[in-house]
Design a protein around this ligand. Structure first.
Ligand code: BGC
Length: 751
């Protein structure tokens, strides 16, 4: 049904318009009954439906309906599987339809700048490409049901410390290439109905008051056509926010935001046309939901629970295995740790789901030859010596010990960051003790972000289940015994120690500001650039079989198409994730540019094709104000992790832009050398210098001097040339004129 929203708005009073720009309560929007505008509901998100009926809150404190807790994004990202994310979104969309929820508040897609961010478990990755692709898939799935997704928290909201006031300080290149990139992919590829502006400031301006971000970039450049909703309680100045492009203020509290809008229009501070645009964007989404032809759907909890178990299996990462896994059912096994009974499967805060059914790995176990001992407390507290000894003895007397370790609930939550990267010492100590008496010790981890593992070398296997949702126990059982193959890959690096992390010195800032001094060197980009050891690299994950990559080909069609042959050289069927990385030959690190999963029977070979879009080779230039390829030689790498690169190929690309240059006496020779318009003239000048030096000198000596002079000259500004006694200041001024003329001619040609 096509509605004339402008006509509808013209019938609304100023108060009705302003009223529509904030909620009715914590989750609902207001209705205007006399005009047939219904009230719709939004709900958290992101990995399940947190629909509250009774007392409401945005901190995950009060009850919500029973729903399926799917793997949190930390786990879902480890699947490296767009199809899985689309399926998860599909189920979430179905649940929303069944429960009459118009917009689901997710996916949460901030970049994991530090492993300490309290909400990392809700976020996908340290890599913007992976985050963007997976979030886009989840959005597509949700919106199949004509239910909106809400991409959050836009943007550079990478910590919980002072999250409502702190300013993220970063340059535009870093913002664009790392922190906005994932949102850009999601908006362009999946058109979310809504985007949530984050609490924080960027370079001193609240995101919710940034016209640059909300209107110019998000809507103007990327074509976003939904509404922008504030994070809950994020609005600082309602009028500035509306002018910037923030449409809906949530939640409702005392009506002061609505009143501010009314007063601003009456006093002439706010043009009513802007308010009309805001209202139109909100109405568009309300009616997109209400006018949808989608039928009310069934919310089949049993079916979705089974899908959650399946998903949890696809999200686990086998980090280490000396061959002990898969285990054999029936052999005497000790299960140690309370997470075997009650797994940790989600984090705290607004994403907390009232899970439908959770079964621990112990209950899910399909054989009875298992002994259980606590070993440590759920909150990480140490137990009595005798209890610890009981666990060690149980492990020693079994053929295998499986320790279900992980971070306690209070360690990972919205609202505050972790203070360190360690597991509770009670767990580390117990793992060491057990590994000392039982060579077949397996550690199963329940974590939302990386932990240090001082015992990594001493145990036989490490299976990271992340926070895998309510199916995590059943999935762990299937994976441990080989009923399912581990297929997950790490969507983040696991550093050896917190001190190694790129922003160690600048996280979480002084409370007012946090300086992103590591720039674009986030996660593996940093560890690669510094050639540092990590505990487990980005993209790492083992399987119960082995793979080989061979025959890499690149065809420079549009987009670039890379093919690689993958062979399963092991004895079991399994799934490999081929990863493509790209770097310019003079760059310090590479970046993920493509990935694909492939299932292969034992001995089978298949060719995978991965398309790399232009952006794979582009960078953002503040001077050009856009993305461009600076041309030259690039390397494309195919591998199984960022550190397990099997093949590479070089390609040469044309530049798609040149950084503009205006020459004055402080322009360096190097800058002239880098610009195609001035390079030939500078080459000629340098050759002239060289000839002058050669005159009357022994060949070898003059050659050395020419090299030295050239290097020195490159770093010098034009005004310093006369000090080399090769040109006069008068000649420098003539040169400046000539160079600018060349640049003008070049620019005119390009127009
Ligand atoms: C969170 C959002 C959430 C909202 C509503 C806020 O505290 O940052 O992610 O959607 O509350 O619960």
């Amino acid at each position: 049904m096509k509605r004339d929203l402008k006509a509808l708005i013209s019938e609304m009073t100023l108060e009705e318009k302003a009223g529509l720009c904030s909620g009715k309560d914590t989750w609902r929007l207001k209705s205007v009954e006399r005009l047939g505008i219904p009230s719709v509901m939004v709900s958290d998100g992101p990995h399940g439906l947190r629909k509250q009926g009774g007392a409401t809150d945005h901190l995950g404190l009060n009850d919500s309906i029973q729903a399926i807790c799917f793997p949190a994004a930390c786990a879902a990202a480890a699947s490296f599987d767009e199809a899985l994310l689309e399926k998860l979104g599909d189920m979430l969309g179905q649940e929303c339809r069944a429960e009459d929820v118009a917009v689901l508040l997710g996916p949460a897609m901030n970049i994991k700048r530090s492993p300490l961010c309290g909400r990392n478990f809700e976020y996908f990755s340290e890599d913007p490409f992976l985050t963007g692709k997976l979030a886009a898939a989840q959005i597509r799935g949700i919106q199949k049901h004509d239910v909106g997704a809400c991409a959050k928290h836009f943007a550079a909201n990478n910590q919980e410390f002072r999250r409502m006031t702190c300013s993220s300080q970063l340059d535009e290149k870093t913002l664009r290439e790392i922190y906005l990139r994932a949102f850009e992919i999601a908006v362009k590829e999946a058109a979310p109905w809504s985007v949530m502006s984050s609490y924080n400031k960027i370079n001193g301006t609240y995101v919710g008051e940034s016209r640059e971000l909300l209107t110019k970039t998000l809507r103007g450049e990327w074509g976003f056509d939904g509404f922008v909703v504030s994070d809950w309680g994020a609005v600082n100045d309602r009028v500035l926010a509306a002018e910037a492009g923030l449409d809906l203020e949530m939640p409702y509290y005392d009506g002061s935001g609505d009143k501010a809008l009314v007063d601003a229009v009456r006093s002439g501070r706010l043009d009513e046309k802007i308010l009309d645009e805001v209202v139109e964007r909100i109405l568009k989404i309300i009616f997109r939901y209400c006018d949808s032809v989608c039928e009310k759907e069934e919310f089949d909890r049993e079916k979705h629970h089974a899908a959650a178990v399946q998903a949890a299996k696809q999200c686990a990462v086998l980090m280490k295995n000396n061959g002990v896994l898969p285990l054999e059912r029936g052999k005497k096994t000790a299960y140690i740790g309370p997470f075997a009974k009650a797994p940790r499967y989600q984090g705290g805060g607004s994403s907390h789901i009232n899970a439908y059914r959770v079964k621990g790995a112990l209950d899910a176990a399909q054989h009875s030859n298992i002994v259980y001992a606590d070993g440590f407390g759920t909150g990480g507290e140490a137990l009595s010596e005798s209890k610890i000894e009981e666990a060690v003895q149980a492990a020693k007397n079994a053929q295998t010990a499986v320790i279900f370790a992980g971070l306690p609930d209070s360690y990972e939550s919205e609202g505050y960051d972790r203070r360190h990267m360690k597991l509770p010492s009670s767990q580390n100590e117990l793992i060491e003790k057990i590994a000392a008496v039982q060579p077949n010790t397996v550690v199963v981890l329940h974590i939302g972000s990386p932990v240090e593992m001082p015992w990594a070398d001493d145990v036989a296997a490490i299976l990271n289940m992340y926070l895998g949702g309510e199916g995590v126990g059943e999935a762990a059982d299937a994976l441990l015994y080989g009923d399912a193959e581990p297929v997950g890959r790490l969507p983040e690096s696991f550093p050896e120690r917190l001190e190694d992390t790129p922003c160690y010195l600048d996280f979480p800032g002084d409370g007012e500001k946090v300086v992103y001094s590591e720039g674009t060197y986030v996660g593996y980009r940093y560890y690669d650039a510094k050639n540092m050891n990590v505990l487990f690299p980005f993209g790492h994950g083992l399987s119960y079989t082995e793979f080989e990559l061979s025959d890499m080909h690149i065809s420079s069609s549009d987009p670039f198409c890379v093919t690689v042959t993958v062979t399963n050289v092991g004895a079991r069927a399994g799934t490999e994730t081929v990863q493509m990385y790209v770097s310019a030959s003079d760059e310090k690190c590479k970046r993920l540019a493509g990935f694909k999963k492939i299932y292969l029977n034992a001995g089978e070979s298949k060719t995978v094709r991965i398309d790399l879009d232009d952006r794979a080779f582009d960078q953002f230039s503040e001077k050009l104000g856009r993305w461009y390829c600076r041309g030259g030689e690039f390397t494309v790498y195919a591998g199984r992790s960022s550190r397990d690169i099997c093949l590479n190929k070089k390609i040469v690309l044309e530049a798609t832009g040149v950084i503009p240059l205006t020459v004055d006496q402080n322009t360096t020779i190097a800058a002239l050398f880098e610009h195609p318009a001035t390079r030939p003239a500078v080459e000629k000048m340098l050759a002239g210098f060289r000839a002058a030096i050669h005159q009357g000198k022994a060949e070898r000596r003059s050659e050395q001097e020419a090299v030295m002079l050239r290097e020195m000259a490159l770093n010098a500004p034009l005004r310093a040339l006369p000090t080399f006694k090769l040109v006069t200041m008068q000649q420098v001024h003539t040169l400046i004129g000539q160079m600018n003329a060349l640049l003008d001619a070049h620019n005119k040609k390009g127009e």
